[in-house]
Write a protein that binds this ligand. Structure first.
Ligand code: SF4
Length: 191
């Protein structure tokens, strides 16, 4: 029987329906958390979680085949990818460090990149339920990239810093993080 979602459902109710019919793998769990938040109007992800419609339908069919999920974001958020000049660079960075042989990698990458257009912490923009979930998702899917964040930098800052360094751009105003007045913006609490 398919599970429909009502506007009044809260995140936890939606999550339990999304995960009731099958075994849960790691990525399935994180996707269910993000979808539940998205259906409840939380986070910044736009229609189809920021994926192409075909990708979104494939994701739904693979992980949530018994669930009738909308394509429109309950939040009404519309992200303008035209103002995201770094979109391809972010996709390429994540692809470069992704583990081979995981079907959902492109979907996870697309969702993460859409979340980077938000203005809160990345885990909040994605609709994950804690920063530790985001850390675990990045460590699972992009282990070598995540391992480079050995000073526990805020994740969005960390991803953008990788792009700057790859381009040979050093936009930071200090020679090292330890003497930088912007340290709290890049590190500090992300909860
Ligand atoms: S703390 Fe300062 S030097 Fe380090 S990444 Fe942030 S802006 Fe750059």
């Amino acid at each position: 029987m398919s599970a429909a979602f009502q506007l009044q459902d809260n995140r936890e109710q939606i999550y339990s329906r999304l995960t009731s019919e099958s075994m849960i793998t790691a990525n399935h769990e994180w996707l269910a958390c993000m979808l539940a938040s998205w259906c409840a109007g939380q986070g910044v992800l736009p229609d189809c979680l920021g994926l192409e419609t075909g990708q979104f339908n494939a994701l739904k069919e693979h992980f949530f085949p018994g669930c009738r999920l909308p394509e429109q974001a309950a939040s009404g958020n519309k992200l303008d990818f035209n103002r995201m000049l770094e979109r391809d660079d972010l996709v390429n960075l994540l692809k470069q460090f992704s583990k081979p042989g995981i079907l959902e990698t492109d979907w996870i990458i697309g969702v993460i990149v859409a979340g980077c257009l938000g203005s809160d912490h990345l885990w909040q923009d994605l609709g994950l339920w804690s920063r530790s979930q985001l850390s675990a998702m990045l460590q699972y899917n992009f282990p070598e990239l995540a391992a480079k964040n050995d000073k526990d930098m805020k994740w969005k800052k960390f991803l953008y810093k990788q792009l700057c360094e790859a381009e040979g751009l050093y936009l930071c105003r200090a020679p090292s993080c330890s003497v930088c007045i912007d340290y709290p913006k890049c590190y500090g609490s992300e909860e």
